[in-house]
Ligand binder design. Structure first.
Ligand code: AP5
Ligand code: MG
Length: 237
């Protein structure tokens, strides 16, 4: 069957489901594969009115390290979009197979895919959560706007700022043990480039809610600053 016919069959089969995302075929670069979409009832998330904290910063800036500490102190639900994507890859699903190539190239996975994974994870936890700590999202402005339109407004943005040299050094060190397919010199360069291309508009758009913290220091020093921001959120929640 020719690619056009395949697309048509996929569309008909999906019926009234959300529009499928047409991802480029990783081998041919052609827009032939569809990444499946699902429909979610987001009312529980909208009604919960929990604090939502987005955690931004380049690759190796220390988002995950600081999130672990935040969870320990504040008990928020930590959802890392990178971890959700890696879990999906490990699951061996069709959606996962389509993601591997994108992540190995250090590029951004399509918004729809990341947002669907986030919605699923948030819905699973909403009943018991004190608030969501969303690590690695939004990486481009459209991600932030769509999240707020479909799910809930974000309460606070934590932005960890480190130099490309610092981030590269940390990731190359982690590469010795991490086993991550994107922890290698070539992909680290591409991840940094992707970050530098897309992050500035996000920080500028959410300037009122955004707290930028230097991530060059020792993790304890950074966490002291994080606490100053989060104590205010908790007090007003
Ligand atoms: P993701 O998994 O989020 O990777 P990343 O953003 O590149 O960041 P890392 O997880 O590598 O670093 P980190 O900032 O968490 O630092 P960490 O604490 O681990 O995303 C992977 C890929 O998934 C993306 O490239 C993209 O393809 C895709 N993706 C993810 N989210 C997406 C989205 N929203 N949209 C589209 N695509 C998306 O620390 C790193 C190292 O440094 C560790 O060894 C740590 O011990 C050390 N360290 C941390 N802090 C310090 C410190 N203060 N001093 C010294 N060492 C430190
Ligand atoms: Mg991380």
């Amino acid at each position: 069957m020719r690619p056009r016919s395949l697309l048509l069959v996929s569309l008909l089969a999906l019926g009234s489901s959300p529009a499928p995302f047409f991802a480029p075929n990783p081998r041919t670069g052609q827009q032939a594969d569809t990444i499946e979409r699902k429909e979610y009832d987001l009312a529980p998330l909208k009604n919960a009115k929990l604090p939502i904290i987005w955690v931004l910063g380049g690759p190796g800036s220390g988002k995950g390290t600081q999130c672990d500490r935040i969870v320990q102190k504040y008990g928020f639900t930590h959802l890392s979009t990178g971890d959700l994507l890696r879990d999906e890859v490990k699951s061996g699903s069709k959606r996962g197979r389509q993601l591997t190539a994108i992540m190995e190239r250090g590029e951004l996975v399509p918004l729809e895919v990341v947002l669907d994974l986030l919605k699923e994870a948030m819905l699973q936890k909403v009943g018991t959560s004190k608030g969501f700590l969303i690590d690695g999202y939004p990486r481009e402005l459209s991600q932030g706007k769509t999240f707020e339109e479909q799910i809930s407004p974000c309460t606070l943005v934590l932005n960890f700022d480190a130099s490309p040299e610092t981030m590269t050094k940390r990731l190359l060190h982690r590469a010795q043990t991490s086993g991550r397919v994107d922890d290698n010199e070539e992909t680290i360069k591409k991840r940094l480039q992707t970050f530098l291309t897309h992050s500035k508009p996000v920080v500028e758009h959410y300037a009122d809610k955004c707290r930028t913290i230097s991530a060059e220091n020792d993790p304890d020093v950074i966490f002291n600053e994080v606490q100053q921001c989060l104590d205010k959120v908790v007090a007003s929640a």
